[in-house]
Design a protein around this ligand. Structure first.
Ligand SMILES: NC(=O)c1ccc[n+]([C@@H]2O[C@H](COP(=O)([O-])OP(=O)(O)OC[C@H]3O[C@@H](n4cnc5c(N)ncnc54)[C@H](O)[C@@H]3O)[C@@H](O)[C@H]2O)c1
Length: 348
């Protein structure tokens, strides 16, 4: 029996990964989340046919096992006792097959700039995670770094370039984006050490701005889509709106993860993006075109906006992994807009 572990499994990327694994394999998935920001699975998974097993809640056909726990607590217990899960929760299995480590403090720009020390807790989560992984030795590990790990001076107005994997070099470092970028960069280093010194199979990804229909409203795309679905006029944008990102749909992010895990084992990180820079004004215009109205745009200049331009060079992934994103920005915005419209309808 294959059993996969998804930490942060009730967050945005985690939820999508749990559903993907459930729908595309016959494997069992244990997912752990302290619900700090994650949504309880009863909101997004089919009801369990089986009853609860101690603290583990079961969903779907019985292959979806949810544990509400602080992941660090779990890691500490599991490091001390290799039979922790068997002994405590009565689950009989040997080793995790794939481990997807999404538990993190993220929270969008307001948290990254507004509470950097809380975000720095990611250093603790990642250190405990890799320590446990070197003891437990799962078959494969996915570590999500971020485009925030790239040096910020390569993303400034007038100086921004399409960021390539080689723009991060542990021997010649630039400055990443706040504590979030530093912790992701440190996580990449731990991934590299885990592969090199402990022989683990680790894949690192640097997603650019992942978005999707069920993303939290603290992120720009769903927030703007909700404003447009309410047909607000003016539509507010943080900053001038001329700042740009490389928006990539979550379904594409997941597709790329599975390709990368087959091909990369040594902790090397790859970009996941469209390779396209889109400004927030363009996002508003695209969403308004889909909605069929033309509002004023109100710029909120006192809001935090982060770096000016952050986008990927996808040449390495396109050419060496043979992967490219398939969901266009316009198609992705249409999906997010329709989901926002539905949510507004439910509220009414
Ligand atoms: N979403 C993106 O576009 C994107 C881009 C780059 C990198 N990433 C990375 O992917 C990962 C997941 O991001 P996300 O967007 O899903 O974030 P998210 O905030 O939606 O999900 C993180 C989840 O972790 C949980 N969590 C936090 N601390 C925990 C703890 N101590 N124990 C157990 N659970 C805990 C939260 O409750 C939440 O459900 C993060 O590492 C993030 O840095 C995401």
């Amino acid at each position: 029996m294959k059993i996969h572990l998804v930490s942060g499994g009730c967050g945005f990327v985690g939820r999508n990964m749990v559903k993907r694994l459930y729908n595309t394999t016959n494997d069992t998935i244990l997912f752990i989340d302290n619900l700090l920001v994650g949504k309880h699975p009863s909101e997004w998974l089919p009801e369990a046919k089986t009853g609860d097993n101690k603290d583990i809640e079961v969903f779907g056909d019985g292959r979806l096992l949810f544990l509400k726990e602080d992941f660090r607590e779990f890691l500490r217990n599991a490091t001390q006792n290799d039979r922790y899960i068997q002994d405590t929760y009565g689950l009989e299995f040997d080793k995790f097959t794939d481990v997807f480590h999404f538990a993190a403090i993220v929270g969008g720009r307001a948290t990254i700039d507004g509470d950097p020390m809380m975000v720095a807790m990611d250093l603790a989560i990642d250190a405990e995670f890799f320590y446990w992984a070197t003891r437990h030795k799962p078959e494969r590990i996915l570590y999500p770094s971020s485009s925030a790990a790239y040096p910020v001076d390569l993303q400034a107005e007038g100086n921004a370039i399409a960021l390539s994997e080689t723009d991060i070099d542990f021997k010649k470092m630039g400055e990443p984006d706040m504590t979030y970028g530093w912790s992701k960069l440190t996580g990449e280093y731990l991934a590299h050490i885990a592969a090199k010194y402990y022989g683990l199979s680790v894949t690192c990804i640097r997603p650019f701005s992942g978005y999707g229909e069920d993303q939290d409203l603290t992120y720009p795309i769903p927030a703007i889509a909700a404003r447009v679905a309410r047909r607000e006029n003016p539509v507010e944008v943080w900053g001038t709106g001329l700042q740009g990102r490389d928006f990539v749909h979550i379904d594409d992010v997941l597709d790329c993860i599975f390709v990368a895990m087959e091909k990369i084992k040594d902790g090397t990180a790859i970009n996941i993006g469209m390779g396209r820079l889109t400004t927030f004004i363009e996002i508003i215009e695209t969403l308004c075109k889909i909605a069929g109205y033309k509002p004023e745009i109100k710029r909120l200049l006192d809001k935090p906006v982060g770096v000016f331009s952050r986008y990927s060079n996808m040449d390495h992934v396109n050419n060496n992994l043979g992967w490219r994103a398939t969901i266009s920005m316009e198609e992705g915005m249409r999906r997010v807009y329709e989901a926002a419209l539905e949510k507004e309808g439910e509220k009414a």
